[in-house]
Design a protein around this ligand. Structure first.
Ligand SMILES: O=C(O)CCC(=O)C(=O)O
Ligand SMILES: [Fe+2]
Length: 348
């Protein structure tokens, strides 16, 4: 397994209003990372105290240590089949080995008979809801800042950002997962979470406990000419036999692991690519991760941005970019969730 070489980008200049040069450098680094990898570390130590997510993982551990009967009290079956605790998931037709709790942006007039339109369910653990709600607020603000930085990286003017993109993400239909991974039995040939791409926008801000060698990212050969290793096993069938390398993305103190989802592929007409990743957790501890998915607004109409089309017209990219269908984010999300509802996977 190749060690991680994903870029580390410090977002601090975007919290220093007059650091114009620093912002430019961050924006350029984000652009490069999204073209090359679709994955990067974001150093958020200037913005969030690392003690905060550590406290969140401790609260998560308290929940996962409860009896199944207790955990089932907030089962997603009680609600809209999207919000609440789940015992297991399936990716690419194989059982994953993790449990979790899913939360979505609250909606006005909840109605649990409608997919996604129910209410979040919180464990009855003192401080749990307050601490996580504070984190959600923080990640929402960070999401908007990173979106602005990425817009600058894509070559958008301030006016374009304000008129074409900000209004699509300023009321993010965010998703937060709290995931618990028991160790995979040594003779188990499966995955803790099978290979998948994230379907949202930007991003996942993933905080994970320090467990090494669990999260792995697939770097296709085209981005990685020098790689000697070439492993294709574990790829979902629809990814074909693309050659590439799985690298580990171990946690780095003060950083969250970020990756972009399918919405960025549409916005950039394929210039930015979302990247396959998976979790294989074989260490003896119980691993906890807390991905926060900063998503577009529910009614955002996602289509290629002029700035991306300008870059492509100027010869940036490989010329083999895959064009995606335009979507309304909420409709797209509902089609995914309805699939889960029918026994499919969260990650398909
Ligand atoms: O737990 C992790 O490190 C990754 C989780 C993940 O990929 C996801 O929830 O989409
Ligand atoms: Fe993922």
């Amino acid at each position: 397994m190749t060690m991680s070489k994903l870029p580390i980008i410090d977002i601090a200049p975007f919290f220093e209003p007059h650091n114009v040069e620093g912002r430019r450098a961050v924006a350029d680094a984000l652009h490069l990372a999204c073209v090359q990898y679709g994955f990067f570390y974001l150093d958020i130590s200037a913005y969030a105290d690392p003690a905060e997510p550590e406290e969140l993982t401790e609260l998560a551990r308290q929940f996962f240590a409860l009896s199944q009967e207790e955990k089932d009290k907030i089962s997603l079956k009680n609600e809209d089949h999207a919000r609440g605790a789940l015992k297991e998931n399936v990716t690419n037709g194989k059982a994953d080995n993790h449990e979790g709790i899913d939360f979505y942006r609250p909606v006005e007039n909840p109605d649990k008979s409608k997919p996604l339109w129910g209410e979040n369910q919180w464990p009855a653990i003192p401080g749990f809801r307050e601490k996580y709600e504070a984190w959600i607020e923080k990640m929402k603000k960070l999401g908007l800042v990173v979106m602005e930085a990425m817009a600058l990286g894509l070559g958008m003017s301030t006016q374009e950002w304000q008129e074409l993109l900000r209004g699509q993400v300023d009321d993010s239909f965010w998703v937060m997962r709290i995931i618990g991974y028991p160790p995979l039995p040594t003779d188990h040939d499966g995955f803790s979470c099978g290979a998948h791409k994230d379907y949202g926008c930007l991003t996942r801000f993933l905080y994970a406990d320090p467990t090494p060698n669990a999260l792995q990212v697939f770097l296709p050969r085209r981005n990685n000419g020098a790689a000697k290793e070439s492993i294709t096993s574990g790829l979902p069938a629809e990814e074909g036999q693309e050659e590439g390398t799985w690298i580990t993305a171990d946690p780095i103190p003060g950083c969250v692991v970020c990756n972009i989802g399918e919405m960025w592929e549409i916005w950039t007409s394929g210039l930015y690519r979302s990247t396959l990743h998976r979790v294989i957790h074989r260490s003896s501890n119980y691993r906890v991760s807390i991905p926060f998915f900063f998503e577009p607004n529910f009614d955002a109409e996602i289509k290629p941005l002029p700035a991306a089309l300008r870059l492509l017209a100027n010869g940036e990219g490989t010329g083999k970019e895959i064009k995606h269908k335009e979507v309304v984010y909420g409709q797209f999300l509902l089609s995914k969730v309805t699939n889960n509802f029918a026994g499919g996977s969260k990650y398909d």
